[in-house]
Structures are given as C-alpha cells and as structure tokens.
Design a protein around this ligand. Structure first.
Ligand code: AMP
Ligand code: GLY
Length: 444
C-alpha cells in the first residue's frame, strides 16, 4: 500500500507538489488543505481546513491515517506547525518554528550569516526612523530597505536614490504599513548581478540541492513595476555557470545548514537560497524555509525520481534519492489578475488553456464560479471555464521542452492566442538567459 500525504497550502506551488507526489509510485493519496478548486479539476483531493487550525489538521491526519504532511507556505511554519505535529507524534516535512526564523526574521538570518562568514550584502539593523534615516544619508544610494518579519515579498525597497529609501522608512516606521509591533528594519548594500534560486532538501547537516531556477519578481516586462510574489520562472539557468552553483553550495548552503544545526536549530525541509551572482561570487539576498513559488512549478517537473519516496526517506533519517532531467528546460509563466500586486480584480472567468503530456496548469487564486457549483458532474462543463479569479496570482502555465527557446515559444504562442482580458502576464520569462546567449556569441 502506498503512502497518504497531506499537503498544506493553496497555491500553484502546492498544486505542483501534489501533482508530483501523485506521479510517484510510493504515494497513493494526496489531500491538499485547503487547496483550491483548480486542483480538484486535476483530480487532487482537497479539504477545507484552514492551515492555521493545527488541531483540525492533526485530527484529519489521524482519522484518515495519513503518513506525513508537507508544509507549503511560510506562515504555518512560523506558527510552529511542525513542532505541533511532532508533539503528537505526527511527521511533517518542514522546519521547526525556531529553524524557520531563517526566513521569518531577516535579522536572524543576517546575524547567522555574519557569525559564519556566509557571503551576503553588508547591513545594519535599525529600530527607529531617525537612526535609520541618518544611516541612509551617510551611506547614500543605492541602498536596500527591508522590513523585518514577513511582508509577503512586499517589504523590500531597492532604493536607487536616498529619497526613495527615506520614503520606505517612513512607510514602515511612521505609516506602520507592516504593523507596528517590534519594528526592525535592515538596511543593506545593493548587490549587482543576476539572481537565481537554489533550493535544497535538507535533513540536519545533510542536504540535496535541486537544479537552480530564476524567478521574475517585478510585475511587468523588463523588470519594471512593483515587486510581486513572482511572475514566472525557469530551470535550469544556463547563464549561471556550474562553477557559480558549486561555489554557492560550498560557501552558502553547506555552511548555513551546518550553522543552523550547530546553533541548536537544525533544519529539516526545503532551504531556499535566493542568491545574486556578483562579480565577487554568489551572495545571499534571502533565505526561505520552504519551496519557492513559482520556482517549484519550474523545478519539480524536472524531477525523475519519486518525490514522496525521497521525502519519506528524509523523515525516517535515511538516505534519499533525487534525480533530475538535465536535457530539458521547464518554464512557467504566471497569469495574474489585473491590479496585482496592489488590488487584484476578482471574479473574472479564468481562460481555458489546453495542455499536453509536457505541459501543466498549476492553479492558485481561483474559486469555482456559481455556475460550477450547480453543475452535477464536473465533466459536463469545460473544466477551466468554471473557475474565476479570487486573488492576484491565478495560475502558472508551465511546459517542458528540449530548449528554453522552445519552451518560451510554446507558452507564449498559447497565451498570446488566448483572450486574457482581465489578466496580465510577463512576456519575457527566460529572456535573460537568451540575452546571455546572444552576448556570448558576440564575444566569440
Ligand atoms: P527579497 O524579498 O529579500 O527577496 O527581496 C526582493 C527583491 O529585492 C529581490 O528579489 C531582489 O531583486 C531585490 N533585492 C533584495 N536585496 C537586494 C540587494 N541587497 N541588492 C540588490 N537587490 C536586492
Ligand atoms: N519566488 C520567491 C519566493 O518564493 O519567495
């Protein structure tokens, strides 16, 4: 009998995780809590339990005989869901509350890196406006302002002039945009270079890196517009050399994992390193204590081994196996509701996108339209026409292809031919890789 796994979360990341778990022979059943109706169209079970209700999740695991849970988003991790599960003898894949601080507190992460000489931007932490503003004036621009704690990717301002930095500080300290308890702000040096994401499966001091990926954080083409949760991703990232990745593993991932273990907060789960390849080697922008979104939707499709078996081995302190395609690119583009990230428009019918053996739709901010709820059999209606937008990032459309160019062509040929009124997407996911190829050719 195969395993039964509970996936906690509701986005495209959790859709991709659930679909990948179900692909492996070791897993028979996956339920996502709370999931979304888009996943249900894909044959994935959901249960409307809120991730903050740990007791109800525990009750579900017990009454349905689930083997373990995988925690997708950061908030339940910060709230100690893994600790609560462990306390009652249940297994959950993810870090404890203490270890999850590597994401939850930028100050914690920065201090850990400083103590262990892990390369990152130089920084100072401030707790009041006056001192922070004085530092901005003395340091000058460019400078990066980060609100400590979780601000869903929106707490960071890359200030190219001092006024922008002062405005960001005012937002935080005076307008209390991110709440007003225990305010801390990290001011750090601006790093220049290409960003990439390096995620690893971690168990104490052992870790297994995944192929690297590249997210696109700004809302609009050409890295313009506000920061978002991420507008698209692809993997691998050919313009980041294997040598840079090896350096990142040796100087960042290994010492971070070791430091967390040595300091009494051993990490189990996914450690996500958000890195910038500077002229001076890779440096850390941020750590996340979970799978990245949308990176996961472009990395897990490359996995050729059984995800559930690998994670189960880690949860049993055994040696896992993870193997990856190396001859294929995965590229995913986010379809977002107009108005995202500020005020996304809700209730717009989600366009139907046809998929094939290589492509997938991973749903995020969708809900069933009233029409769908009254239809007796789900297959009596074209599946995707019954979904409407319910938040900013609506879905990720992802494909595998032999080359990045082919993946891009396939995704954009499809998206550009659709009526996407009420939605938008970036047209340049993966463009930095192709740009780098053009520059290489010129140099030769
Ligand atoms: P974060 O939420 O920390 O990932 O930051 C959001 C985005 O801000 C990153 O993806 C980068 O594009 C940018 N960023 C953050 N820190 C820096 C830095 N020190 N130098 C340059 N860009 C940064
Ligand atoms: N894509 C960045 C994140 O998951 O935080």
């Amino acid at each position: 009998m195969g395993m039964k796994v509970l996936v906690i979360g509701s986005g495209a990341r959790e859709h991709a995780i659930a679909a990948t778990l179900l692909k492996g022979a070791s897993v028979d059943e996956v339920t996502v809590a709370p999931g979304n109706p888009g996943m249900e169209l894909d044959g994935i079970r959901t249960t409307r339990i809120d991730p903050s209700n740990h007791a109800a999740l525990i009750e579900f695991m017990r009454s349905s005989n689930y083997d373990w849970a995988l925690v997708g988003p950061e908030v339940p991790l910060m709230h100690g869901i893994v600790d609560d599960f462990r306390e009652v003898g249940l297994k959950a894949f993810g870090p404890t509350r203490a270890a999850a601080q590597v994401e939850g507190s930028k100050d914690f992460a920065k201090q850990l890196m400083a103590r262990h000489a892990i390369p990152t931007a130089a920084y100072r932490t401030f707790t009041d406006y006056e001192a922070a503003a004085a530092y901005v004036m003395e340091h000058g621009a460019p400078i990066v302002v980060k609100a400590d704690g979780l601000a869903a990717g929106k707490g960071v301002t890359v200030a190219l002039d001092t006024q922008t930095a002062l405005d960001a500080l005012e937002d935080i300290f005076v307008e209390h945009r991110f709440g007003n308890a225990d305010l801390k702000v990290v001011l750090e040096d601006f790093l220049e270079g290409q960003e990439f994401s390096l995620m690893s499966f971690v168990n104490g001091t052992a870790f297994w890196p995944m192929p690297i990926s590249q997210d696109h954080k700004r809302a609009y083409d050409g890295d313009k517009g506000p920061n978002t949760g991420g507008m698209g991703a692809y993997s691998p990232v050919p313009q980041i050399s294997d040598e840079t990745v090896t350096t990142a593993i040796d100087t960042i991932v290994r010492p971070t994992v070791k430091a967390l273990a040595e300091e009494g907060t051993p990490f189990t789960g996914i450690l996500y390193a958000g890195l910038i390849a500077t002229d001076d080697g890779p440096k850390v922008i941020e750590f996340n204590a979970r799978f990245g979104d949308p990176e996961t939707e472009a990395v897990l499709p490359l996995l050729t081994s059984d995800l559930g078996e690998g994670i189960n081995a880690i949860l049993n302190d055994e040696q896992p196996t993870f193997t990856w395609r190396t001859d294929t690119t995965a590229l995913g583009v986010v379809l977002a509701a107009d108005g995202y990230p500020g005020n996304p428009k809700k209730g717009t019918p989600v366009p139907a996108i046809e998929t094939d053996a290589d492509s997938h739709i991973y749903y995020a901010g969708v809900k069933a339209s009233k029409h769908h709820e009254t239809v007796e059999s789900a297959d009596s209606a074209s599946p995707t026409t019954s979904l409407v937008s319910s938040s900013g990032r609506v879905l990720v459309y992802e494909t595998l292809a032999p080359t990045l160019k082919a993946a891009q062509a396939k995704i954009y040929d499809t998206l550009d031919a659709l009526d996407t009124t009420g939605f938008f997407y970036r047209h340049d996911i993966g463009a930095k890789a192709l740009q780098a190829v053009v520059e290489d050719d010129k140099e030769q």
